[in-house]
Ligand binder design. Structure first.
Ligand code: ADQ
Length: 728
């Protein structure tokens, strides 16, 4: 097995298996864009492709399956066999009747069926299992598209150490749409298993990040998503085409011959071409309406233009697609019926999939290309057409709703829902002077000939490598040798000070209003007790929580407790209260805070003895962003001249006396004893005060990936528990 193997995963393999009438297996290689792009990055190494071979497993005997596996392996492919039930519920169901319509903004066509979801999970598990089998620690796994959104998390949970990249080929919808999905959290968490998540446009990245922060409550910054134990990167990688292949179309003999045979209707007319999969997202009926409006508004074009509509059959087993088929046929019938003359029909319709050479021939001969999807992740047809017009004229009318629109501003951009605008766009395209056509084409060609499918794939893989490296090479991550010297120093010491924050250190954050109920586990309690019982140890839980909460969590006698960042200290058997008088400032602060709770849906107020906390974890992020700034300003105004500080923490704004912080407590502790071993573990900004005052030799440990003053970093709560448990 080669060292850094590349594993491509997509629902469909680039090889389709079928059975002929005699029951003999046939293998058809499809020359998709993805296969071309991937071939560019995998030249120098071993690579495999995992996917469904396009045939129901019921149609295959055991012997057939073995033959399929053997034949596919010769082509570097590994099959995932799907049953007819999975094809119905997973593929036609959750993929094409739930995710596809919802992500393309057709919420009224979205079907929510529990059976679909069940099957989606099951099929994703099947894919993930085969990936696990074929991967090693150095492989790169590249998962494609909306059919496999749970796979990255599954791999992560099964401890697959490969770099995991994920690319979504369709739009990622805005939060308002995405939130409709019953399984929205599982889908987001599934994707977040990846190291790198790619989209076609930055708008999709924005939408994704917005859902991540609003649904999962995670921090994001410039495309980076901060999980407790690693950073996930989301970025835009606009897919390209094999530019050279399309650019030389007009010189290829077979294509030239093809063009000649199409000349029939070309001679006296201009050709308006449209090429799509017959999918409702492609806006074919709306396009026909616009063409009809064009013929009515500009009757001088009758008999001078023809629309060639090429729609390849797609997903015929989903009802919505059957309905669409009928609607298209009816509209074409109506237009041709009304406008045709003895020797002219306004629309020539092909409802089939043509070989790529014939599609290229159509592009070559077309004068105007109509690409008017209601929604489209990217749309490669637009790029292919432009490439075939290398050094030639031609015009393209393009929907603003296609991802590709951001890369092609020189096209005639239209709103596909605006019939009049599309009709006028067709006229403008037909009347555009050839010089202008060429100029616009040249600008667009320059762009798409640079960022080709090869560049796209290379770029993605390169970024994937960097993302994983960035995550793994955290300079402060505690190494085995660091743990070893910590243990050595611990064993040698007889006066040890151990300071532990609670939330995020001994207990993971729980993103819910019930967070206050997150009690320590039995294991944590046992470890704390064992450490406290050792007479050489002085252990303190040092937290911002109120004293009654800490008291109810830990009842060991010898354990020190610091509540409210130092407002209360339980040491040597009783609670001691800080001498500061909080009454003076609480009243004016409370009146401001209460007003902000009323004005901000989702916010709540926590009143502690020494501090007031405004929680905004459940406030919508955009509103929270505005309100927290206003609140900080108003609090500072109301508390001017008072010795309190207003600061922002993890989804909170807190007001507390300026000299009451973990640093002050730790400074005191430093003077009380001559400790020969000090260890402090914390995870948030309040712990930085503690790290700041510790002597250099202390083992200060931050939990998480953020910047810190601590000497070391641990990934998560379980690593903390593992470390504490290993101390004798
Ligand atoms: P699609 O929705 O399939 O892809 P598109 O990007 O236009 O849409 O790709 C279609 C491909 O099929 C093109 O290469 C085209 O030449 C070919 N094709 C279309 N009709 C054909 C016909 N009748 N006969 C033969 N070939 C035909 C999804 C997303 C897109 C995204 C791509 C790639 O929906 O938004 O651009 O993936 O990421």
């Amino acid at each position: 097995m080669a060292e850094n193997k590349l594993i491509i995963v997509s629902t469909r393999l680039p090889v389709k298996v079928s059975k002929n009438e005699n029951g003999k297996l046939e293998f058809h290689q499809s020359d998709g864009g993805l296969a071309t792009g991937v071939s560019a990055v995998n030249k120098s190494r071993d690579s495999v492709w995992i996917g469904w071979p396009g045939i129901a497993s019921e149609e295959l005997t055991k012997k057939d399956k073995t033959e399929v596996e053997k034949e596919l392996e010769k082509r570097g492919c590994y099959p995932v066999f799907l049953t007819q039930n999975q094809i119905d519920n997973y593929y036609s169901g959750y993929c094409n009747a739930t995710i596809w319509p919802l992500f393309h903004y057709f919420s009224n066509m979205t079907m929510y069926e529990h059976e679909y979801w069940k099957s989606y999970k099951e099929a994703n598990t099947q894919f993930a299992k085969i990936i696990k089998k074929l991967s090693n620690d150095n492989s790169q796994v590249w998962v494609h598209d909306y059919q496999l959104m749970l796979v990255p998390k599954m791999l992560r949970e099964w401890n697959v150490k490969s770099q995991i990249g994920y690319f979504l080929h369709i739009p990622f919808p805005s939060f308002e749409l995405f939130r409709l999905l019953p399984e929205r959290r599982e889908i987001l968490q599934g994707l977040l298993g990846a190291d790198l998540i790619g989209f076609h446009t930055y708008d999709y990245v924005r939408h994704f990040l917005s859902s991540v922060s609003r649904i999962e409550g995670l921090e994001t910054n410039l495309g980076s998503i901060y999980l407790r134990d690693r950073v996930v990167k989301a970025d835009a990688f606009p897919i390209g085409i094999d530019y050279k292949k399309f650019a030389k179309s007009s010189k290829v003999r077979s294509i030239k011959k093809q063009v000649h045979s199409f000349k029939l209707f070309k001679d006296k007319t201009k050709v308006i071409l449209a090429v799509d999969r017959a999918d409702y997202s492609k806006g074919i009926p709306a396009r026909l309406d616009a063409y009809e409006a064009f013929l009515r508004k500009y009757p001088e074009y009758k008999e001078k233009v023809v629309m060639v509509l090429l729609a390849s059959p797609s997903r015929g087993d989903v009802q919505a697609y059957q309905d669409l088929q009928e609607e298209i046929a009816q509209k074409i019938g109506k237009i041709n019926g009304e406008f045709s003359t003895v020797d002219w029909s306004p629309i020539t319709y092909f409802h089939k999939s043509l070989p790529q050479s014939e599609v290229a021939a159509l592009y070559t001969m077309a004068d105007v290309m109509l690409v008017t999807p209601l929604r489209d992740g990217m749309n490669l047809v637009a790029k292919e057409f432009i490439a075939t017009k290398h050094k030639k004229g031609g015009a393209i009318v393009l929907s603003e709703m296609a991802g590709v629109a951001t890369e092609l501003p020189e096209s005639i951009l239209v709103n596909p829902n605006n019939t009049e605008m599309v009709a006028d766009g067709i006229r403008d395209a037909l009347e555009m002077p050839e010089r202008e056509q060429k100029e616009r084409m040249r600008a667009m060609q320059e762009r798409i000939s640079t960022y080709t499918i090869h560049r796209w794939a290379e770029d993605f893989m390169h970024e994937l490598e960097r993302t994983k490296e960035r995550s793994a090479n955290h300079p402060k991550l505690m190494k085995k040798s660091d743990t070893k010297s910590l243990k050595k120093d611990y064993d040698a010491a007889s006066k040890r000070l151990i300071l532990l924050d609670y939330d995020g250190v001994l207990k993971s954050f729980v993103n819910s209003p019930k967070k206050a109920l997150a009690r320590p586990s039995g294991k944590v309690k046992r470890i704390i007790k064992k450490m406290t019982d050792d007479p050489k140890n002085h252990v303190m839980i040092i937290s911002g929580r109120p004293k009654n909460v800490l008291e109810s969590y830990f009842e060991n006698k010898g354990l020190g407790l610091v509540a409210e960042h130092g407002g209360w200290i339980f040491d040597a058997g009783s609670w001691v209260k800080h001498s500061v008088n909080a009454k003076k400032w609480k009243k004016p602060a409370l009146s401001v805070l209460r007003e902000f709770v009323e004005r901000t849906p989702g916010a709540n107020l926590e009143e502690k003895d020494f501090s007031l906390v405004w929680h905004f974890r459940n406030v919508s992020p955009d509103l929270a962003f505005v309100r927290k700034e206003e609140l900080k300003m108003e609090l500072r105004n109301a508390l001017e001249g008072v010795d309190v500080e207003v600061f922002e923490g993890n989804k909170i704004i807190e007001v507390k006396p300026r000299n009451m912080h973990k640093g002050a407590i730790v400074s005191d502790l430093m003077t009380q004893e001559k400790w020969d071993f000090i260890m402090a573990i914390g995870d948030d900004y309040t712990d930085e005060d503690m790290f700041r005052v510790l002597p250099e030799r202390a083992y200060s440990i931050h939990v998480g990936r953020e910047e810190t003053l601590a000497r070391f970093t641990l990934e998560d709560v379980s690593s903390v528990i593992e470390l504490l448990n290993s101390l004798k």
